[in-house]
Write a protein that binds this ligand. Structure first.
Ligand code: ZN
Length: 278
């Protein structure tokens, strides 16, 4: 599932490739991924040009020239890919296809849980999912103090809040692994136990790991609009590296279940708070 760095990369590539293109036709193979009927979507967007594309959490927001936003969430196994006029989409695979006045096409595919939603007038506060998203972790307003306020008094495991889209928009189970490792924190640490030095380290780790994800073009299996695959997989520190050595201390990386997700940790760099308390 794409996370914030992957969406940054995808949105930048879409912005570069699609800005100024006018939508001339919409083909919908999976109506349930829409928040209105296929005919109503076509009525709303045909004739509008894309003026810019930006990321928000795990969504890519396509701004249209009459003020609407087309919000795309790739769910699981999703791709947004630019094709030229002569390519023929397989409508058993693609969920939606946008055709442009210059005859280029945008194919939108996902296996599960994807959305292609119209946000009339671009009013994100009117959209049930986008309205609930928490702070953008790369925004200037996301300071160590803001992170401290989000976590203050929370008795649950730290990892749970980092993955909660109502707190921080866009962090998922790929990037969270290296964030916790860089911060030297165990995923089960109760959030309210973090001191201000922990919060500062965690804030720095969030910014660093997300920036690395963007720098390497996105995470494992994630692609930009031209199909270029991200290379962050080659730069994972502990994530998905069970049995390998910690890059910092050489201890063997372990995996554990945290809620419904798997965590990958260095047991030395990220000591279990339950053991420390004994
Ligand atoms: Zn280590």
């Amino acid at each position: 599932m794409p996370e914030f760095p992957d969406l940054v990369v995808l949105a930048r590539s879409c912005d570069e490739a699609l800005k100024g293109k006018q939508i001339s036709r919409v083909q919908i193979a999976q109506p349930k991924c829409l928040n209105l009927s296929p005919a109503a979507l076509a009525d709303a967007v045909v004739g509008q040009a894309i003026t810019g594309v930006r990321p928000r959490g795990k969504w890519a927001l396509f701004a249209l020239d009459r003020g609407d936003i087309l919000a795309i969430n790739l769910g699981m196994g999703g791709e947004v890919r630019l094709h030229s006029a002569d390519a023929e989409p397989d409508l058993a695979r693609e969920r939606a296809v946008l055709r442009f006045a210059d005859e280029d096409q945008l194919w939108i595919h996902f296996w599960w849980f994807g959305h292609v939603h119209l946000v009339p007038g671009g009013d994100l506060s009117s959209h049930p999912q986008l309205a609930k998203l928490g702070v953008d972790p790369l925004a200037e307003s996301f300071t160590p103090e803001a992170l401290g306020r989000l976590l203050a008094g929370r008795r649950g495991a730290l990892k749970r809040y980092l993955l909660d889209q109502r707190f921080l928009a866009g962090i998922g189970n790929v990037y969270v692994q290296d964030i916790l490792w860089h911060a030297g924190l165990h995923p089960l640490t109760p959030a309210r136990d973090l001191g201000s030095a922990d919060i500062s380290r965690l804030h720095r780790a969030i910014r660093h790991v997300l920036d690395e994800g963007i720098r390497w073009g996105g995470g494992p299996g994630e692609r930009d609009v031209w199909g270029v695959e991200g290379r962050y997989a080659e730069h994972l520190q502990v994530g998905y590296r069970t049995g390998k050595s910690c890059p910092s201390c050489g201890t063997t990386i372990e995996e554990l279940r945290v809620g419904s997700t798997t965590s990958y940790i260095c047991p030395r760099c990220q000591p279990d708070p339950r053991l420390a308390a004994r």
